[in-house]
Design a protein around this ligand. Structure first.
Ligand SMILES: *Cc1c(COP(=O)(O)O)cnc(C)c1O
Length: 372
């Protein structure tokens, strides 16, 4: 039996960047400004420039990158936020933490993103915002979504946790509406060596409020004018991200090359419920995950495991069906049949920028054999 390949390989990436990352970390250790050090502002400038956003705010996690905008917009008890039924739990969690109620809509079968055509029917007098998620690295139909938001005077907070660097037409993920938050969790497309995140906006007023919330709601030191959190990103994590950002565009190209190879190899498979990922026109995915839909998922997963190819399921249960949420928070605006279908059939394959051709071939062979 061949050894198991990694699902995500961060060690090879570190080896490639080791001297630069080590030097940047050493510099932080030497200057000693572990909180709010100079690397924080430097990273924020680089992220803003790379995203095309006027401002970027580094923060402690992707979760905080969603919670801070919700708090800054004054969204809270009595309010509703429309989102997808099919995402990582932090999407719904931050809405609930703000005090508002998540209202779930179904997804598109081909992209797994929220079905924008279902949003208007979910709007009530209590609706304050829409939180779209760019699942697996691809942005949803932002033009249509922004038009609905404008018509009904709703804020749009993009959950760009899986899609830093993705593009919809000429707008980068996190910067395609009022405000967006991304995650630097290690396994996300752009990851640090711990938890981290960033918020993007062009809106100066919102920026000021979000900065205060990130720092315990303080307008100046020990003067707390609003409710806040400790939402800062450590200087060391910013130093690591500055290094990783240097080759990030290349990494996105690599991910796209690998996805293209996978898609080509699996294009001819014709089985019930089988589906290869679809990237819509005018969009660039950053392939946070390469995710198939398969009929007999358990059987498929077992065969891949035996072949030394690890897989992962993002996500086995839709958010409204999670035990706590089912009991305490949120409602579905209509049937979420496609989201439930996805939860039962999706499976993600190994995918990372440093994956060599031989490893890609092993994944391809194992998938084709498992489906034969
Ligand atoms: C990872 C993730 C988050 C939360 O990010 P953290 O950095 O882990 O807090 C939020 N939304 C989605 C869709 C995610 O995948």
């Amino acid at each position: 039996m061949q050894p198991t390949i990694p699902f995500v390989d961060l060690k090879t990436q570190y080896k490639a960047l080791k001297s630069d990352i080590d030097a940047r970390i050493q510099k932080v250790l030497d200057h000693g400004a572990y909180i709010n050090g100079p690397e924080v502002a430097e990273l924020e400038q680089k992220l803003a420039a790379h995203t095309g956003s006027k401002h970027a705010l580094a923060c402690a996690s992707g979760t905080d990158a969603l919670l801070i905008p919700l708090m800054a917009l004054g969204i809270g008890p009595g309010d509703e936020v429309i989102t997808t039924a099919f995402s990582f739990i932090a999407t719904a969690e931050t809405i609930v933490l703000s005090g508002a109620k998540p209202v779930y809509v179904d997804i598109e079968k081909d992209t797994f993103n929220l079905d924008v055509s279902k949003i208007e029917a979910a709007i009530t007098p209590r609706t304050k915002a829409i939180m779209p998620v760019s699942l697996y690295g691809q942005m949803p139909d932002m033009d249509a979504l922004n038009a609905i938001a404008k018509k009904h005077n709703l804020a749009v907070i993009e959950d760009a946790a899986q899609s830093y660097g993705a593009r919809y037409k000429d707008r980068k993920s996190g910067h395609a509406s009022l405000v967006g938050g991304t995650s630097f969790f290690p396994a996300k497309p752009l990851g640090c060596y711990g938890d981290g995140g960033a918020i993007f906006t062009d809106d100066e007023k919102l920026l000021k409020v979000m900065k205060e919330i990130r720092e315990h709601g303080s307008e100046s030191r020990y003067h707390h004018t609003r409710l806040g959190i400790n939402g800062r990103l450590d200087t060391i994590q910013c130093a690591i991200l500055l290094s990783k950002l240097g080759r990030y565009d290349w990494e996105v190209e690599q991910r796209n090359r690998i996805a293209e190879r996978y898609n080509k190899a699996f294009a001819a498979v014709n089985k019930p419920d089988f589906q290869i990922p679809v990237v819509k026109e005018n969009r660039l995915s950053v392939w946070a995950q390469y995710t198939l839909a398969v009929g007999d998922r358990a059987g498929f997963q077992k065969k891949l495991t035996e072949a030394g190819v690890p897989t992962s399921i993002h996500y086995p249960r839709i958010m409204p069906d999670q035990p706590w949420y089912k009991e305490h928070a949120g409602t579905c605006a209509g049937p979420v049949t496609t989201a439930r279908w996805a939860a039962d059939h999706v499976i993600s394959l190994p995918m990372y920028p440093d994956m060599d051709n031989g490893t890609q071939d092993r994944v391809i062979d194992a998938v084709l054999k498992a489906l034969a």
